[in-house]
Design a protein around this ligand. Sequence first.
Ligand code: FE2
Ligand code: FE2
Length: 426
Amino acid sequence: MRNLKNPQSYEPELLEDFYPNDLRDLPKLPNAQPERMGNKKAPAKQMEPKESEAFSSSSMEDIWQKINDVPKEAPDSQGERKEPGKPLQDVRSFAGVKAGLSEEMPHALKAYDKAVSLMRYIMSFAGERKVYTDGLETVTHELISSLLRNQDALLCLPRILQRGSYLHTHCVNVAILLGAFYLQDGHGADEVKSAVLAGIFHDLGKGLLPPALIGSRKSLTTTEQAMAKRHPALGHTLLRESQATLPPVVGMAALEHHERYDGSGYPQGLAGPNISKVGRLAAIADTYDAMSSRRPYKNALLPHHALGVLYKKRGKHFHPDLLARFVKMIGIYPVGSIVELSDGYCGLITGNNPGNPLQPVVTLVMDPTGQNMQALECNLANGEAADIIRCLSPVETRIDPYHTILSNGKPSEDPDPFLHVFSQSK
Ligand SMILES: [Fe+2]
Ligand SMILES: [Fe+2]
């Protein structure tokens, strides 16, 4: 067999030799009917977004209203195998006590780094057509525990502290997003664990692709794109054929996370309720993380802007209700975002008001003259500071979100605080 880990062996014209039959071989999911939307009536009520809509501060209230107006997800969930989850209390029992954001951050970072290390093994073994599961239980447990103590720490960590290669961190980031969503949705312990595992393994198929293709800094050729698009089927096949004992949703997420609500995705072109719930949610989490992560060939979008791009695809690429609930979970102004207020003060979002996401908690750290100031936490919902007018990047403000959170708002004494924000991938 060809050495798939060796970039020198990558010969696009020989793709069929590498992966024969992996697509023809796909098993049908329960109730799956790979029809495209054009062949039948739309499967669910859709919103028709106007392309001109932007997710700018000026239209924020309007968008928030629309998110609240989205009809709740129909209880279809075809393709989703219901698992006998334990009551939510069982999850909380191993989590420890609730913690403040700065208090939880070091624990979240430890759990995150351990998960990224595990991903290196998982991807490396995938290249040998093996599914590596050692340490999975511990990593899953620690991620969920951190989410339960204070979910904002793990949710904002990948956005304010980029470390490790995208291939590995992306899978952990998607696992965190899926786990947090399932917790928010009130799922039981087994289902939350399954969701985290689904995120960890969703891009397993990339481990079977040549590293030169995955790490490419230039646009892919048509042949290369076709090869890259095989990773859902490759990952699904590897999971199915392995001896690993993993819940069914793991395979579903691997196979369906590039399917789109309107049937325009791949590999099967499934639409609407023919995509499982975990597949629909993984599509949202996968796209959000891809847009808001720095890549070799592009800068990261601010999380606020990434949510705006997702929002414009509601009802087209993404399930409207799931997307609305995803945005509510992340917050219109995600924790860790740097914002400017109408009176010129700048600060960091350090908490969300779920019922009033347009007016979150801001820790002010810079006065209108651009000078550092004694940190001052203000709950905008209580009128403690002016309104937000825009989101800023760390480069624009010289505010280091990670250190600001860790130090509870004290200015960093690090001579190069941005080392932590923009450190090169390992
Ligand atoms: Fe993928
Ligand atoms: Fe992905």
